[in-house]
Design a binder for this molecule. Sequence first.
Ligand code: IMP
Length: 199
Amino acid sequence: MSKVLLASRNAGKLREFSALLPDIHFVLWPAEAPELPETGAFFLDNALQKAEGARTWWLEHGTEPVDGVLADDSGLCVDALWGGPGVLSARFAPDLVSYRDKNHRLLAMLPEGAARGARFVCVLAFAPMEGVAFTVSGAVEGSLAYDHRGERGFGYDPIFIPEGHDQTFGELPADTKHTLSHRARACAALRERLGVVRE
Ligand code: IMP
């Protein structure tokens, strides 16, 4: 089993990575570590920035050896909002605390009759402790629900209906989300890439 530092404090992401990559032991980004900047215009820039930033910090302050650092930059891209909130998903509606309220705000921003197409996108950056970082990505197409539905998952899950389903990610069992989500697809690509790297 390899040991990997997860450059995130998002509990929803941690839960999903533990289920999607059960052969990896994740070390959590410590509470005393700095907030990792994500100032890029693209998911890929931010994922790399977080993975490399976390690796640099860990090399100086890390409390245990790890094989590498994994960072995820992801978000919801809504067609009627020109792809937003996209890379700004984590910073959308900062005046609101709960995702129930953020989700209602996002749905209210759609003009009446607007197309409801949307997709979740995930870019993973893996930075080995020695060597060059790389990225993989995954996406899932779908549409926006008309209301916040279900309490499963996290973030925007209760307003996103994946293609081929009638229920939102907030209503579907975690196992179903893990067969088709943006993060599941990116993790499948990561597993393949790590396998190749090890050969
Ligand atoms: P970041 O990658 O830390 O910039 O944050 C991504 C944000 O996108 C999260 O805080 C969520 O709001 C949203 N997001 C990413 N993946 C998911 C998901 O699988 N379900 C619901 N929301 C997600």
